[in-house]
Every structure is written in structure tokens, then in C-alpha cells.
Design a protein around this ligand. Sequence first.
Ligand SMILES: *[C@@H]1O[C@H](CO)[C@@H](O)[C@H](O)[C@H]1NC(C)=O
Ligand SMILES: *[C@@H]1O[C@H](CO)[C@@H](O)[C@H](O)[C@H]1NC(C)=O
Ligand SMILES: *[C@@H]1O[C@H](CO)[C@@H](O)[C@H](O)[C@H]1NC(C)=O
Ligand SMILES: *[C@@H]1O[C@H](CO)[C@@H](O)[C@H](O)[C@H]1NC(C)=O
Ligand SMILES: *[C@@H]1O[C@H](CO)[C@@H](O)[C@H](O)[C@H]1NC(C)=O
Ligand SMILES: *[C@@H]1O[C@H](CO)[C@@H](O)[C@H](O)[C@H]1NC(C)=O
Ligand SMILES: *[C@@H]1O[C@H](CO)[C@@H](O)[C@H](O)[C@H]1NC(C)=O
Ligand SMILES: *[C@@H]1O[C@H](CO)[C@@H](O)[C@H](O)[C@H]1NC(C)=O
Ligand SMILES: *[C@@H]1O[C@H](CO)[C@@H](O)[C@H](O)[C@H]1NC(C)=O
Ligand SMILES: *[C@@H]1O[C@H](CO)[C@@H](O)[C@H](O)[C@H]1NC(C)=O
Ligand SMILES: *[C@@H]1O[C@H](CO)[C@@H](O)[C@H](O)[C@H]1NC(C)=O
Length: 687
Amino acid sequence: MWYLLQWRILGWALWQTVVTASFTPLLPPAYPLAVRNPYLSTWLPGNLAPNLPSGSSQFWYGNNLTWSVIVRVDGQAYSLFGVSDRLEGIEAATVTGGSFTSTHSTFMLTAGSENFTLEFFSPVSPTNLLRQSLPFSYLTVSVGSVSRNSSVQIYSDIDASWTGQPDDAAWGFSTNNSTSLFHLSPVRGATFSENTQNQALWGEVVYATRAQSVNALSSASGSLATIRSQFVKNGLLSNSNANWSSDGVVAFAHDLGTVRRKASVTFAIGHVREQAINYLGKAQTGYYRAIYPSTMCAVSHFLDDYSDAADEATKLDGLIQQGGESSHGTNYSDILALSVRQVYGGLELTIPSDTLDTTDVRAFIKEISSDGNINTVDVIYAAFPIFYILNPDYIRFLLRPVFEYMANSAYTKPYAVHDLGTNYPNATGHDPSGEDMPIEESGNILIMTYAYEQATNKTDISIPYSSTLKQCAQYLTTHGKYPEAQLSLNDALGKLANQTNLAMKAASGLASYGHLTSQQNYTDAGRSIANALYIGRLGTDPNGAYFTIQYGKPDSWFLVYNHYADVLFALDLFPEEAYSATSAFYPTVRKPAGVALGADLDWGQTNWQGFVAAAVTGDARNMFIADMHAYIANTLNDAPFSDRYWVTDTAAGPVAGQYFSFRARPAVGSHFALMALQGANQWSSSG
Ligand SMILES: *[C@@H]1O[C@H](CO)[C@@H](O)[C@H](O)[C@H]1NC(C)=O
Ligand SMILES: *[C@@H]1O[C@H](CO)[C@@H](O)[C@H](O)[C@H]1NC(C)=O
Ligand SMILES: *[C@@H]1O[C@H](CO)[C@@H](O)[C@H](O)[C@H]1NC(C)=O
Ligand SMILES: *[C@@H]1O[C@H](CO)[C@@H](O)[C@H](O)[C@H]1NC(C)=O
Ligand SMILES: *[C@@H]1O[C@H](CO)[C@@H](O)[C@H](O)[C@H]1NC(C)=O
Ligand SMILES: *[C@@H]1O[C@H](CO)[C@@H](O)[C@H](O)[C@H]1NC(C)=O
Ligand SMILES: *[C@@H]1O[C@H](CO)[C@@H](O)[C@H](O)[C@H]1NC(C)=O
Ligand SMILES: *[C@@H]1O[C@H](CO)[C@@H](O)[C@H](O)[C@H]1NC(C)=O
Ligand SMILES: *[C@@H]1O[C@H](CO)[C@@H](O)[C@H](O)[C@H]1NC(C)=O
Ligand SMILES: *[C@@H]1O[C@H](CO)[C@@H](O)[C@H](O)[C@H]1NC(C)=O
Ligand SMILES: *[C@@H]1O[C@H](CO)[C@@H](O)[C@H](O)[C@H]1NC(C)=O
């Protein structure tokens, strides 16, 4: 779908023009700009894209981050991006279009006689752990065509808003070989602490670039107005650095000279924390630090790696596009492309800070925006389909600390833990008074372990953690059929007893364990629960038309996303008629913008809809994918892919199709549930 938008530009001259820009495949609620981990997560609300020259980028939370691009063409300055302060001598360029893929957000602009392209590229490298772990993102500014002959300079700056402490920061500048780098840090930020917008208050922000030729790069730091004016007037900067000030920026200017062919410059933006995660009292650091222990070396490598990373990104974009299209058309591939960076941008790959042993990898994931917990098991579960497709080792990297913690004497419960700590990056243990989801998390652990082993044939989870797995299976054996009052993944519903969808999780967890360990009696135990739920009508209305939220509540249906494991692994738990019933039923309860999570609710969640889309067929599947697509194409929304949205108009004001809550959660990995039915390991087998 092409999204055409018309708007008026009130130029700084007294005339108006009407311009039409095209955004493909659609104008999303928010474009990922630099999205690599929970602290490097910078977005552009889609509704600002037509006004990119003045539109400010934002941290996932929604607070503005100063990041600008200004160019000069034959002496005239034009803002391309992020110049919200009006400054004499700068005209706004004209946005002609934008697009996104799984790894890139790209904007086209016209400034004077030249066209420019801004490519925001956040690598996603499923099997290259070094590349994936580098906490940087690229911005490439390109210009030119063969027919032109303009003099072009390109400028970009950032400020201390990126440090999380814009009113008390420090900065510095250094160069090594041809790489120039600014670093900015909050003053006196406590290690592992965050500000109220969830930005890291330790570590340093870096902005770097590389001279293209001698004297072609200049830099400066100082007050925003002074530095930008230097560039506007002279096309270069003074190469002098002021101390930090609250109105200050750090800036680079590249002089491309006379441009006769396409030319480009690349910037690296990043956030570096040497101590990345507090894992049970010991620091974990980024995987890349075993190879590039200094920030300068890491950034230099990142810049060196650009063309290899870009080649890989082209392949990955293609795989997601083709896998999405062959699974369910371009609506589905659009949803996937918008989800990829968000999943990988919610996690970090680490190694122990003391040993820097690259065979000792763990991954930590943040429950961004819904509560900030670390390694929440249900968030890992919600994300797992993308890892199953692209690199199942991530399931092990993420679960490893969870298993280690459960095997630890500090954890005494008979069921799987909910999370490893209340606040990322402190994986210091589950708060005993924090959330518990006994059935759901125990089932999740068993299902994901089976998914991992099926996809890899590796027993490096199931052997070392066999007793923890057995404990989870025993818990489900005893408690799975009649779940006591407890939370499910939808903690918004509160604690309910006898939840059908939980018993369904127990059934699939038990059968997964049965297959994993070749113990038929566990598979039988799972099937017996499934039979009771559907054939015995314990969890359905009297006719078996739909599943209920709880036993004995025949009028209250629920979106049973826990069917998924049965479908993915062909466990043969539920009869075909259970699936044809739900496929027929969901379209009958659709509200204007989609199917709610259950009867009596006005909101739905795309993450659980993603699982259900894979478990239903025909019109129902078409409906789920089309509704999710309409939601991401809805220009009322401006948040990083929010998985909870209103499916109908509400008395309180929000309307059908509008975002409700949750931003930038890695839980959108579940959107890949349908593509995962094509098999595991699609990335490595694609070469
Ligand atoms: C954030 O940036 C936008 C421009 O995109 C601007 O209109 C708005 O005033 C800024 N907000 C704050 C709080 O500075
Ligand atoms: C700039 O792009 C427009 C289309 O958006 C095209 O018509 C024009 O020829 C391009 N100009 C240059 C100098 O490439
Ligand atoms: C390009 O511009 C320069 C300076 O304006 C001029 O000297 C030169 O002849 C031009 N070249 C072409 C190919 O137009
Ligand atoms: C440049 O980096 C190398 C390591 O790659 C380091 O040994 C050297 O001291 C650095 N030089 C400067 C001037 O920072
Ligand atoms: C993590 O723990 C440290 C104390 O070790 C504390 O200062 C910091 O605020 C905590 N971080 C978060 C995000 O709560
Ligand atoms: C920066 O601050 C330091 C100490 O506060 C001072 O000695 C130095 O002169 C200042 N530098 C500039 C360029 O103002
Ligand atoms: C600078 O170049 C030298 C020599 O090629 C190299 O050894 C060093 O690692 C480089 N420094 C950085 C930071 O890449
Ligand atoms: C796992 O082993 C089975 C049986 O030997 C084989 O069919 C399958 O291809 C293997 N899968 C992988 C991912 O190696
Ligand atoms: C769960 O359902 C069973 C069978 O309907 C019933 O006997 C039991 O009391 C219910 N449990 C709770 C806690 O409501
Ligand atoms: C399955 O059989 C094993 C022994 O063979 C037993 O330990 C276990 O409790 C049984 N599990 C179930 C669910 O019946
Ligand atoms: C694709 O999604 C749009 C909503 O954005 C919907 O109108 C359209 O019918 C869907 N196309 C298909 C083939 O389902």
C-alpha cells in the first residue's frame, strides 16, 4: 500500500507550496531510527515524517532527542532532519518520500538543486554475535546525481538529551586514525540506574564519523545556535571544543566539495556501557568487548564493517519480505518488517566482564514500557518465534540465566520464575512479592526448550537443566488441569481460577516435555487435558463453538493464543474441529478494529493475535492479519509499535484502532508465529 500525504509548507518566504510525498509500504506509527538495545532506542513518530526537517527524534519513551542534519548546497543551508529551532539562513528541505525495511528507515528530500537520502540503518545480525552486540547504529546521508555540479557540505549534531541528564552532562572529543568521536555522559549517574524516562544514567553516548579525505571533516562543540551558525555561514566548523553547556551540541561537518556523482557520509551513533548488566551481583559486558575493548576501537570497527553489515541487511530484508509474503502476502510482510528491529532492540548479548569469555554468552531482554522487568519469561515466550526462524540459539542465550537462577538455592518455588529482576539492567533476582504466573511460565519454559531442541538438535538446555524441566512438568501434571487463581500473561485481567487458556498452556507444555524427553506418559497427560477442555467441553461453550475465559463461564469467550505450540509442533492435542470452530468463531466477535483479547474487553493485543493468526485458517487468518495491518497503517498513532490497542471506540475518548498502551516491546516477536510454521532456522539455511 502506498500512503499519499499532502500537506502545506509555509516557507520562510511568504509563499506556500503543496507537496505530495509517498511513504512505502505505509506510514508507520513510528520509524525505528537507531534501535539496537533498550538504551539505544531512537524513533521518529510517523506523523513527523512529512516534516522531517523540523521533526525531532524521540527515545522510545517519547521524550525528544536532539539529532539534526543540515546541508549546504551551493552556499545555501537546508535543514533535512531535526531542526526544530528556527535559525537565520536555513530553509527547510522538502520531503519527497520515506520507506522502511526490516533494518532500514529511509527518507528522501530535495534541497535546492539536489536530492538527499537519509538512511537510518540499525543492523540485525542473527548469527553474527559480534555485529549484533555492537551498541551503535548508522546514519548515512547521500547526495547527488551524475548531471549535477553543486558544492555540498553535510552537517550533523546531537546534544546531551541522549545522556538522560541533559541539565548536567559532560563531553569530550577524540580522534584515532581517521575516526573522530564525541562522547557525552551524565555527571554523577549511578551505575545501572535510569532516569524517569528509562534512559541509562551511566555509560556514554558516542557520535562518530570518519574523514573522507584530508581537511574534509571539521568538528566543534558549543552552544547550538553558535555551532549551527558557523556551519550555515561557512560550511565548516571551527575545530574547537567548548566545555559542556545546557544549550550545547557536538557537531561534525563534511565538505564534499563539488559533487558530480552520488556521494555519501556515514555517522555512527551509540550508547556504550562497559558494565552492561548486573547479573546476580556480577557485571556482564557487551559481547563485542572481548574483541574491541575500547570504545574507539569498537566504533572504528563498526564504521569499517558498514558494507558487510549492509550486504547482510539486504539479505535479511529479503528473507523477511519473502517469508512474510509467502506466508500471508505483503500485509503480513509489512507487519514483520516493522517488528524486527523492535525485537532485537529490546535485548543485549553479554559475556562476563571479568573473563570476557565469548563461549559464555547470555542474553538479557527488557520488558520495555510495560514494567521494565528483566528476562520476563513470558516476554521471551512472546518473542520466541522470530528467534526460532532466525537463530534458535537466542532462545538458549535468553533462557540460560533463567535456568541458572531457578537452579540456584535462592529460588524455591515449585514452578518457573516470572522474571529475573524488577528493573532492567538489575538481574539480581525475582522480587518475592513480584508477579508469579505459575502455569503460564512453566509451560513457556517447556515449550521453548522443545522448540530450541527441535530446531537445533542440541541438548545443551535439556541435559544440564533436566531437573528444572522435570519440576516444571511435574507442576503442570498436578496443577495444569484446574489452575488455581493466578495471573496469566494478561496480568491486566487479574488473578482468575480455572482459566481455559492456562490449562491449554499446561497441555501443550506437558506434551512438549513428553516429546522432548521421549516420555509418552507426559504427552498423554497433555492430551488428556486437551480432550477435557474441548471434547469434554470443560473449557468451551456447550456446543464447542469457542473456548471460554474460565470453566463454567459459557458466555465469556477468550482468544486462546495457547493453541500455538500444538500447531507449531503438530502435537495433535486438539482435534481439527477445535480449530475450525475457533476459525469460524473469531470473525463473529470482531469489533471495528479487530478481535479483543476476550469478551467484555475493548482492547486487543497484536502479540497474542500474532499467535492466534497462526492457529486459525481461512477468513479468520485474513481478518487477523488485515486488522493488524490496518492498525500499523493508522495515522492516528505515533508510538513505537504498541502491541495493545483499542478495538472499538471507548467512552473515555480513544477510538477504534488507536494505541492504548505499551511501546517498543520486544513481545512483537510473536508476529512471526505464522512465518515460523514454514520451519526453524530459515536464516542459516538461506545461506
Ligand atoms: C519535541 O519536538 C517537537 C518537534 O518534533 C516539538 O514540536 C516539541 O515542542 C518538542 N517538545 C519538547 C518538550 O521540547
Ligand atoms: C530529484 O528527485 C526527483 C523526484 O523526487 C526527480 O524528479 C529529480 O530529477 C531528482 N533530481 C536530481 C538532481 O536527481
Ligand atoms: C562545475 O562548477 C564549477 C564551479 O562552479 C565550474 O568551474 C565547472 O566548469 C562546472 N563543471 C561542470 C561539468 O559543469
Ligand atoms: C588509537 O587506538 C589504538 C588502539 O587501536 C591505541 O593503542 C592508541 O593509543 C590510540 N591512539 C590515540 C591517539 O588515541
Ligand atoms: C539497579 O540497582 C542499583 C543498585 O545496585 C540502583 O542504584 C539502580 O537504581 C537500579 N536500577 C534500576 C533501573 O532500578
Ligand atoms: C573547561 O572547564 C575547565 C575546568 O572547569 C577549565 O579549566 C577550562 O578552561 C574550560 N575550557 C574551556 C574551553 O572553556
Ligand atoms: C589505527 O590504525 C592502526 C594501524 O593501522 C591500528 O593498529 C589501530 O587499531 C587503529 N586504531 C583504531 C582505533 O582502530
Ligand atoms: C535433527 O535430527 C533429525 C534426526 O536425525 C534430522 O532429521 C534433522 O534434520 C536434524 N535437524 C537439525 C536442525 O539438524
Ligand atoms: C475449578 O473448576 C472445577 C471444575 O469445574 C471446580 O471443581 C473447582 O472448584 C474450580 N476451582 C476454583 C478455584 O474455582
Ligand atoms: C511418567 O512416567 C515416569 C516414570 O516412567 C514417572 O516418573 C512420571 O511421574 C510419569 N509422569 C506422568 C505425567 O505420568
Ligand atoms: C491489507 O490490509 C488493509 C488494511 O491496512 C486491508 O484493507 C486490506 O484488505 C488487506 N489486504 C488483504 C489482501 O487482506
